[in-house]
Design a protein around this ligand. Sequence first.
Ligand code: SAM
Length: 274
Amino acid sequence: MSTPYLHGHHASVLRSHSWRTVENSCPHLLPYLSNPSLKILDVGCGPGTITVDLAARVPQGFVYAIDPSADVIEKARKHAEERGVTNVRFEVGDIFAWEKLHGLEEAGFDIVHAHQVLQHLQDPLGAMMEMKRLAKPGGILAVRDWNVNAMDWYPEHAGIQKWKDLYIKVALGLQAHPSIGKKLHAVALRAGFPRSDIEASVAAWTFSTPEERQFWCGLWADRTVKSDYRQRALDSGHATEQQLEEIATAWREMEQKEDGWFAVIHGQIICHVR
Ligand SMILES: C[S@@+](CC[C@H](N)C(=O)[O-])C[C@H]1O[C@@H](n2cnc3c(N)ncnc32)[C@H](O)[C@@H]1O
């Protein structure tokens, strides 16, 4: 089942997505990218910076990528063009409607990848089962998602705690899974992978230098009051305009703190398909 995407694709959201690379967002996948002929599927590719980076690493292979947002697929195509990467194909598509993607339906992929996608779905198990079906025997599934509950920061700041509490409430209200990162291995078990075929690990983004704080805190200040998240938070009844403004201010204060530190915890899994 498709879920409305919590954040939408406002510029403040894309600022975060477009910063992503294989190195900073798929460290768990690096050991599996040595064959330059791999055929990869990137599910929920967003603006495609990870996707294009993957394609550049498999010059004799190919990367297919899907996302339900036509706007963001257009941006991803442009990004590939700008980087001069041609072994990549972006299509508007939904992991729950694979059969509509004519021309891709017969594909058996060496790697099926999703970064920060399952956390936004109402049915992450269904998505993982579909991803499993699309990988070929001998291939792998690589999935990574946030555990919002485990995010941490310094110094303590009541406004950032309010951000976290509100984020979790709004996401749960959409029946999404904001802390699924800690149980991806459990979802994989339910999807039919034996435990011995699942590697589970944790990796973090750290934002601490002035530039890192400006990037992370600044984009969350903007996302809170400018992206689709704002309206969803208001519609949920969990926040007022004024409370959202206060949360945005808290992010701006965090950005200015010389000793500020923010850790984003991700759970990540590699599942081997037999
Ligand atoms: C947090 S963004 C991640 C984008 C990209 N993977 C990255 O990390 O930069 C989640 C993406 O999942 C997409 N998405 C939501 N539901 C989806 C579905 N049912 N099938 C495929 N993608 C979906 C959204 O449109 C959004 O672009």
